[in-house]
Design a protein around this ligand. Structure first.
Ligand code: ADP
Ligand code: MG
Length: 791
């Protein structure tokens, strides 16, 4: 018997009395007229304005939303939904199974949080869901007198601003992140659209905060760099031979002599890393006629060679990307969707283009970038909901400071999860799956087949066609209809093939015949790297106490097996006397797979953590720069800031050699002192000289101001100059940091902690960038040609 309660149980116990209180208020709420109910909003607002404790009105506010939900949508939050909502209000992640009604859950916490005037963002994984939820749940909030907006990809700046001005705004994580970055590139305050980052409620939190956290958001544009290098390196990559290297780890120090290696490079599939062996390094050096590949001046070559090898070894056509209309298009690993507008960063996309022999597109330049981790951590408060979070509890805690709380289901789950079926070959596995589909279909049960890649779904679809079985395929090619099709997947006799999380967020409702036949049968065509994704798939069946089944099919040829089942296990199975098409149900193997999944999960966590650690260096710098930027963007008196820049510049530049220093200062500031001053300058002591120069700059500023057309015009001029200088230099800085990060890999060979090294060198780079910004600003604002001529 358990005597120790889990964390969730303890937390839930504390909150349960509040749920009771909310339920108790039900009859009072029912008696209110619509007007009275709406009137509660103003009452709560006043309460909060008066600085009284929000906790006191919390049960009442939840009860008001509950009654409003009923009057607008005909639904009342179940007790478990109230529980979940309270957890959200407290900044937790509610783990609530599919079909439990999470969309409705967030109505109350969003409402109460919005009453204080802070912007509330409800985050969804796609535009379709943002619109759907804003339309549906928005009715409750509008009924209660709140404004609700929704951000969609195609919206203009004005539309966005209007949507963000609402009390509650629905938007995808991408739109939010991009708007944040764009706001921080704005040349005028009127160009910004957001009004701050208050409270975020993140739906499908695991997808947003974990899966998507591996690729940072990037705003980029045409750069005009040469693309030849990619083609050359692709040729070279073709000549290099794959080999092995003992225990490669970029973070470990090791003795090069003890390393055993073969071939020209080694591939670490787990870490998705490539490392050149000594042999390989020699070949690259010969190919490019250079002496030392690790010399910083050869970093670009090293970068391109590694990219070409990554494209060759780690990026698989029709799995990671597709070649369509002469272009390389990324396939989202989790949804199986093609993302035509997105490109791999850092030149990987170009390397793949070279490999596939399609036109290599010009390299993009990064204007701004942020990881989702750092973006969401900027919110004052955040919470999340998803069907599957427990397996990543530690990550949510460590990276986001959010606790995961498991909310009980409204009704018990009666879905039957069958033991995995294991087959020797891929072919046998596919045949068995088809057999199962037919068998289940014959009973009238709807079937949902989950695949991890487009190829598998195409193979299975072809096989089904041969059998004359009508079915729907959800993958990259018809994703607009995704939600609609998946909503039909619960009709009796429906057979639906869907890549991983296609249609996530859309409810699969059973019809009566399907329910009678045993509910939705979910078939997994392989185990995914992460248990969470598997759970997500089986969880599509058995919602709200519905009947249902799930079963996963595995073959010894599956990719995951190859990497993780271990040689012993594979030998054991291969030596077993297994008949053709025989199903091996093996608890031993299932357990091994679960263990393997755990291992990969923690590896993936480690790599995301690593990304975050590196990004945190960037993050601090970004915050500092954005803060400075904001001062300029919003402050009406830029004179002070500019003179502060000038003073700093003078003080930093005066460094002993008065003569040279003075010339540089005058040159940058555009100050034209008379000849006597210049001649006397180098005789003065530094302190006096500094004072005099500062004085000169002030005089000069006034002159320039007149020249520019007055105070207001000068403000505008300076502001734009500063903002532009920041944009340009930040972009350069990001590139320098990128190069640095890569170079660190090589430096790490000899030195200690690469992260520390990155921090140290990154700080130096940033100082340099700030100096450059200052100089650019002063030069441009005080020293434009027009002004110089006038002087
Ligand atoms: P989840 O996001 O948790 O998978 P959804 O928010 O998509 O679930 O809701 C699933 C279905 O349950 C929807 O059709 C919704 O309208 C319905 N639903 C949710 N809450 C309630 C409720 N309290 N009473 C009745 N129906 C509800
Ligand atoms: Mg949902």
């Amino acid at each position: 018997m358990h005597i120790f309660k889990t964390h969730s149980e303890r937390v839930l116990k504390k909150v349960k009395p509040i749920v009771k209180e909310i339920l108790r208020l039900d009859s009072a709420m029912q008696q209110m007229s619509d007007e009275e109910l709406k009137g509660q909003t103003e009452k709560f607002r006043q309460w909060i304005r008066d600085g009284k404790p929000v906790a006191k009105i919390l049960p009442e506010a939840f009860a008001v939303v509950r009654e409003a939900s009923f009057r607008t949508l005909g639904m009342k939050q179940y007790p478990v939904q109230l529980l979940s909502g309270l957890m959200l209000y407290n900044g937790c992640i509610s783990e609530q199974k599919t079909g439990e009604g999470k969309t409705l859950v967030c109505a109350a916490p969003a409402y109460l949080s919005a009453l204080s005037g802070k912007p509330v963002h409800v985050v969804t994984v796609n535009d379709y869901l943002a619109k759907r939820d804003a339309d549906e749940i928005g009715q409750i909030h509008r009924f209660l007198g709140l404004t609700v907006g929704c951000i969609l990809g195609e919206m203009s700046q004005e539309e966005r601003r209007a949507a963000y001005a609402c009390d509650i705004t629905y938007a995808t994580n991408h739109e939010l992140g991009f708007d944040y970055l764009r706001d921080n590139m704005a040349m005028d305050e009127s160009e910004t659209v957001m009004r701050g980052l208050g409270y975020a409620i993140i739906d499908e939190a695991d997808s947003v905060l974990i899966d998507e956290a591996r690729t940072p958001l990037i705003i980029s544009g045409q750069g005009g760099k040469s693309t030849k290098m990619y083609e050359i390196c692709d040729v070279l990559a073709g000549q290099l031979e794959r080999g092995t290297q003992t225990e490669f780890s970029a973070t470990k120090i090791f003795d090069a002599d003890e390393m055993k290696e073969t071939g020209d490079y080694a591939v670490d599939e787990k870490e998705k890393n490539i490392v050149l062996t000594a042999n390989g390094i020699r070949k690259v050096e010969q190919f490019f006629h250079i002496d030392d590949l690790s010399d910083p001046k050869n970093l670009t070559i090293h970068h391109h060679v590694i990219l070409a090898l990554r494209a060759k070894e780690l990026m698989k056509r029709d799995k990671d990307y597709m070649v369509k209309d002469g272009a390389v298009q990324i396939v989202d690993e989790f949804t199986g969707r093609v993302m035509p507008d997105r490109r791999y960063s850092d030149g990987l996309h170009q390397a793949i283009e070279a490999k596939e022999g399609v036109q290599v597109m010009e390299e993009n330049r990064t204007y701004a970038t942020i990881t989702f981790q750092n973006f969401f951590n900027k919110y004052e408060k955040k919470s999340g909901m998803t069907g599957t979070a427990m397996t990543e509890k530690k990550e949510f805690r460590d990276i986001y400071g959010m606790d995961v709380i498991a909310i009980p289901t409204n009704r018990p789950v009666i879905r039957v999860d069958h033991e995995d079926a294991v087959y020797k070959t891929m072919d046998e596995k596919y045949r068995a799956i088809i057999h199962k589909i037919k068998e289940v279909h014959a009973k009238g049960q709807p079937v949902l087949v989950g695949t991890t890649d487009i190829k598998t779904s195409e193979t299975l679809s072809a096989m089904l066609k041969k059998e004359g079985l009508k079915h729907e395929v959800l993958n990259a090619k018809n994703h607009e209809l995704e939600a609609e099709i998946i909503a039909q997947a619960g009709k009796h006799g429906a057979v639906t093939l869907a890549t991983n999380m296609a249609g996530r967020g859309t409810d699969i409702k059973l019809d009566d015949e399907a329910r009678a036949a045993g509910g939705l049968y979910v078939i997994g065509t392989q185990r995914h790297e992460s248990r969470r994704i598997d759970n997500q798939l089986s969880g599509r069946s058995g919602r709200q106490g519905d009947p249902g089944e799930s079963k996963f099919y595995i073959s010894l040829e599956d990719r995951l097996m190859g990497i993780f089942a271990g040689k012993n296990m594979m030998d054991l199975f291969n030596s077993m006397d297994i008949e053709k098409d025989e199903e091996i149900g093996s608890p031993l193997l299932s357990k091994a797979i679960t263990n393997a999944q755990k291992k990969i999960e923690s590896l993936n966590f480690a790599s995301r953590e690593q990304l975050l650690k590196y990004d945190t260096v960037n993050c601090r710098q970004r915050e500092e720069l954005y803060e400075m930027r904001n001062i300029f963007l919003k402050n009406s008196s830029v004179e002070d800031v500019l003179l502060y820049y000038a003073d700093g510049f003078i003080a930093d530049t005066l460094n002993g050699d008065n003569h040279t220093d003075m010339h540089k200062i005058c040159d940058v500031l555009g100050v034209r002192p008379n000849a006597d001053f210049l001649a006397d300058g180098h005789k003065k002591n530094t302190k006096d000289l500094e004072q005099e120069l500062k004085h000169l700059v002030r005089e000069h500023y006034k002159k320039v101001e007149v020249e520019a057309g007055g105070e207001e015009a000068m403000q505008r001029l300076v502001r734009r100059t500063v903002l532009r200088a920041m944009n340009v230099n930040w972009m350069r800085h990001l590139e320098a940091m990128d190069k640095l990060k890569e170079g660190i890999g090589l430096i790490a060979y000899a030195q200690t902690d690469p992260l520390l090294e990155y921090q140290k060198r990154g700080a130096v780079l940033f100082e340099e960038t700030q100096r450059q910004i200052r100089e650019d600003v002063l030069r441009e604002a005080l020293n434009s040609r027009m002004i110089r001529i006038a002087c």
